[in-house]
Design a protein around this ligand. Sequence first.
Ligand code: BES
Ligand code: ZN
Length: 839
Amino acid sequence: MPERRPFIRLPTDVYPVNYGLCLKPDLIDFTFEGKLEAVVEVIQATNQIVMNCADIDIITASFAPEGGEGEEINATGFNYQNEDEKVTLSFPSALQKGSGTLKIDFVGELNDKMKGFYRSKYASPAGEIRYAAVTQFEATDARRAFPCWDEPAIKATFDIILIVPKDRVALSNMNVIDRKPYPDDDSLVEVKFATTPIMSTYLVAFVIGEYDFVESQSADGVTVRVYTPMGKAEQGKFALEVATKTLPFYKDYFSVPYPLPKIDLIAIADFAAGAMENWGLVTYRETALLIDPKNSCSSSRQWVALVVGHELAHQWFGNLVTMEWWTHLWLNEGFASWIEYLCVDHCFPEYDIWTQFVSADYTRALDLDALDNSHPIEVNVGHPSEVDEIFDAISYSKGASVIRMLHNYIGDEDFRKGMNAYLLKFQHKNASTEDLWYCLEQASGKPIAAVMGSWTKQMGFPIIEVDQEQQGNDRILKISQKKFCASGPYNGEDCPSWMVPISICTSEDPSCTKLEVLLEIPETTITIHNIQPDQWVKINPGTVGFYRIQYSSSMLESLLPGIRDLTLLPVDRLGLQNDLFSLSRAGMISTVEVLKLMEAFVNEPNYTVWSDLSCNLGVLSSLLSHTDFHEEIQEFIRDLFTPIGLKLGWDSNQGEGHLDALLRGLVLGKLGKAGHKPTLDEARRRFKDHVEGKQILSADLRSPVYLTVLKHGDSATLDTMLKEEVRPQDTVSVIGGVAGSSKHGRKAAWKFVKDNWQELHNRYQGGFLISRLIKLSVDGFAIDKIAAEVKSFFESHHAPAAERTVQQCCENILLNAAWLKRDADDIHQYLLQRKGAPV
Ligand code: BES
Ligand code: ZN
């Protein structure tokens, strides 16, 4: 791979205080004109100004010292360093120390790459194709809309003016303070927005388009609007309700009010991420904001609530206090990914959302972080492609998981105290990971920096091995830690170790922590007093600690009845199963043991536990699709899911709630995918009735029925992916869906990616979607040769923002291949033998 260029941050001899920015987009020609008048401070006399700038043409630039003391100086050279996305403005004489105004006139293109200042396509209610002009600046694309100091620590205030067609909605971070006809063209208006607080460039936003909205006032006096496509205002009501409840919740939690007079949430038709937390103007993918009261399913509602909760948390954590550099991106994303659950738990306690955290974030993070090609939470990054690369499950899900562990270790009261101190101390400024630890340490008196440093500065996590011995009324636990790797425990020299907060419960009260210790050394013993020989002991109740556990066989044996009789908490049933599954992939136990364990879940009532089981069985099914006994694992899945499927039935019963709806969709979808005949028949019948207009398919049944009835994705689906009608933002998940659908789909998807690489890479301009695309299309293989093929393909087809992802995928493919070689025969034998066994 080519060497990375050395990356240098912007010089600090000139910095911005206020950006006066006027933009005039042309929605027909897809260009824009811009005028920047930035108040800057020159710290040291210089005849150069270096700023960020990409795909922008500067027409003129000049510098006028403040107060008319001295002449305005015109820049005589604009030297673009395209690779570094910088421009150097050269002046014929030195700019003197002190304040001045930097004026730049420039033009740019409203691109179609979903980054910077870009165009988003929509149809007017009459069906006419039109374009909105919108922005996505995080991480490093504000520089595509205007020349600026595009680093999170270089904060300034913004005065924004947009010149737009008078029939369009124009929005920015702040409220409108003036709107007047544009002198040169009476079809245009000039919209002026209030001055922003001091803020980072990546949080600036504007939107020009046609939208409807719904509006409300939060209890703390903030005007909240949800902007929807024309004619769909109804669909903004759910998000509006969530947002108006959420703002006062955060105000109370942080003890800091939301600092702007308004907040807009807007659905953008073409949008690369899920949502973006621009201060006061949060942008969303349509599927992350809009809820159709009649047609949206329960999982969409839950997703919208989580995304709204996430982005609104950033208004404090990220926008008010911002990371000093992208190395601390995880602070933003990990924290928001944790507190979104706290917020949804507050708004919708019936979602049991914290259990879902464990299956959605915690286990995903453990899986990724067990790879040799993982990375520490805090990672040095420089060049924009390296920044794009860390918007991954380590920053988000591991970040959220270690904060959850920390919150549990400190306790809510001290945690809030520390958070409040942190926000007050650093508001309108920047902070680093250490700064947060310091505030939490002050608040709790616990060694937070030392404990947390071990989790954020080194990659990976430990496996805790536990054995026990009864001595009279005491239980002696022998506990040790080692680094866990996806290929087995670390066995090199210098095994890293962690400061691990360990909690322990017993069968006396499975929901209550009996003992807490901080494991600081590789090995220790702990004594539990007053415990009977027949009582079980469990480590990590609540599945909060970020580690995996390997129990001695006697301890494991004693825990298993708790799965069948449900005395273990759902989150612990889930965690135990997930640990064992991952140990089997690592070759530490046989996969047959896990299949036996899975059979103990037949009476399981909990949605999230089923969802995690379903996910792991999906992994196993994909693995075994490389063998000639794939049908046997399908049968295993059908057998496991049939009783719960029968119990739930197809139609919801009176008094059922959110989780019942999710469970029914999950189970029927799984049975359909596994080829369960009665489910297939009923799905076909209901689909037919729905299409013929005889009986409407309820929203929660649509996804499982469609998935069951419609043919598995194939090359024909893939061939539509590059057509005009498919939005580039959706291509990735469809290709991923095809790859995950079957053995055939997997091959077809990888071939498609190879055959169309130039076009796909160009579409996303190397952004983070390219990593997701690669992961989704190759992670499921289990053949050594394909790992080599993937590696060599990306050696000749360079994807700078996905280098680490490619390595992770190759590692995963090799791990799968090893797993298959190791366990396939035993699994086959077991599956055959259980068929023969009397029921
Ligand atoms: N700050 C991000 C948006 C973002 C993502 C910008 C990737 C640049 C690159 C935003 O807060 C976010 O995290 N969005 C998530 C959704 C969220 C609910 C996890 C996303 O877009 O996936
Ligand atoms: Zn975020």
